[in-house]
Design a protein around this ligand. Sequence first.
Ligand code: G16
Length: 550
Amino acid sequence: MAIQTIPTQPFAGQRPGTSGLRKKVAVFTQPRYLENFVQALFDVLHASGSEAQALNGQTLVLGGDGRFYNRTAVQIILKLAAANGVARVLLGRSGILSTPAVSAVIRRRQAFGGIVLSASHNPGGPEGDFGIKYNAGNGGPAKETLTEAVYARTQVVRELRISDAPDIDLDRLGLQQLEHMQVDVIDPVTDYAAVMRELFDFELLRGMFQRGFRVRVDAMNAVGGPYARAILESELGAPTGTVVHAEPLEDFGGLHPDPNPVNAEDLINHMQGLDAPDFGAAMDGDADRNMVLGRHFVVTPSDSLALMTAHARLIPGYQGGLLGVARSMPTSAAVDRVARALDLPCFETPTGWKFFGNLLDAGCVSLCGEESYGTGSSHVREKDGLWAILFWLNLQGATGKSVETLVREHWRVHGRNYYTRHDYEGIAVDAANALMTDVRAELPALPGRRFGSRQVVLADDFSYTDPVDGSVSGQQGIRLMFDDGARVIFRLSGTGTEGATLRLYLERYEADVAQQDQPVQQALAELAALAEQVAGIRGRTGMTGPTVAT
Ligand code: G16
C-alpha cells in the first residue's frame, strides 16, 4: 500500500450546477474525470479560507443513491481521501446514503462535511446520469463560493494524490483501515431514523396503521426504499408492501425516479382507483424530493409547503411554532399568504436548496420548500422526502382529516394559487440562451403594458442578496408580475445533462371558492398564451408544447 502522486490534465466543464456536478455516466467514467473533481475539492478544502479549518485529520461522510457507478466511485473517493489527509470516513453500507441521511449523519456526528453521490431525479444506469456534490459541516450543500472555487481548481489541477490500497469491503459494517484512514461502514438508516423519532408522533402513527390506515409509498427503485421500509413497515407497523419499488437498483429498474404526476404515473393510477389507499407518496432517486397525494387528489409542492406552515404546531417537532419560512422564487406564493396570516417572516430565495442553508443556520426559518417537489426543515440542511411523508401522515392523524379535505379547507381560508410548471426539455443550448437574452432585453419595456385584463407591474431578472452574509446571486430567473398577483417566470434548469431545459412557471391567485375547482392547465391557459407572446417559445424551439407540464 502506498500513496501515489499521479499527473493529470484538467477537464473542461466541471462546474457544479444547481446541485453539484451532474453528467452522463460516460463522462464520469472517463479516466481521472471523477478523480480530478474530488482532488480539486480536497485541494480547496485544504486551502481553508472558505472553511473554518483544513481537511487534515477530519471526518467525512460518504454515500450515494446506489445508482450505476456508485460503488466504483466510492472506492475511488476513499483512496483519494486516504491520500489527502482525511482521518476517518463514515460510509453508508454498500455505499448507500440518501441525501437527507448524509445531512443527518454530518450533523449528528459533527463531521467536517460529506460527499453525496447522486444525480437525484435524473435517470440512472450505464446510459443515465451520475453526480457528486459536497455538503459542508452544517449538513447542507456547499455555498456557491466553495463550488466556484472547486470549479476554478478543476481548471488547473495537475496532480492526483491517491492510494493504491485494495478496495475495502463496502458491505461489512464496522471499522476497516485504508492507509492511515479509518473507514467506518455504518447502517444508512440508524441516524436518520433517530432524527425522525424526535420530530413526529410515532405512537399516533402506529395507532393509525393498527386501525387500518392505508398508505402506498413509491420509492421508485431508488434509495428511499430502505428508509421507508425501516421506518414505516418495521418500526411503525405499516403492512409489508406499503412501500413499493423499495429495492434500490442501479438503473432504477428503468423508471425515471422523478416524483411528479408524469413519472409517478403508477402511483397516480393507484390513488385514482376504486380501492385507492388513504394516502400516497413518492420519493426521487436520492430521497430528498417528495410528491404527496390523497385519494383521487394530487397536492402541489407549493400547496404542501403552505399547508405544512399552516398546521406546523400540530406536529411535535414544531409545536413551539415556526421561526419563519422560505420558498424559492418560482415556488407559488401560497405559503406567503399563510406566513402573513401567522405573522411569520417569509423569505424568497433563488432555486437551489443551498440558498436555504444560511437562513436555517441563522435561525431565520424553520421550514423551506420548492416547487420542484422539495420540502424540508431545520432538522437537516437538505430537503427530505420521507420527512415530508411522515409530516403529512402525522397531520392526517392529528386532525382526523383526509388530504383532500385539508387542502380544500386551506383554499377556502387562504385562497388557491393555481400553479403549473411547463418544461421544454432538450432545447439547443444556443436557442435557450438566445431566448433568455432576448426576453431580458425586453424587460424595461414591459412594466405598465397590458395583456388582456392584466397589467405588468414588475418585470425583472431575479437577483438575491443573502440577508445573512450579504452575498449576491444574479440572473436567477426572469419574472413578470401582474396587477392581480399573477406571475410568469422563465428560467433555465441547472440540473440537466443534455441540451438545455427551459422552465416556464405560471401562477395566479383565486380567492373565490366557487372558482377553485378548475382543471389547472385550463385555469392557467391565458398566462401560458401570454408567455408564448412574450418569449415565442414555439417558434424558437420548434416545439408545439412543453415536454412535461406538472
Ligand atoms: C435540485 C436543487 C433544487 C432545485 C432542483 C431543480 O434538486 O436542489 O433546489 O429546485 O434541483 O433545479 P433546476 O430547476 O435548476 O433543474 P435535486 O433534487 O435535483 O437535487
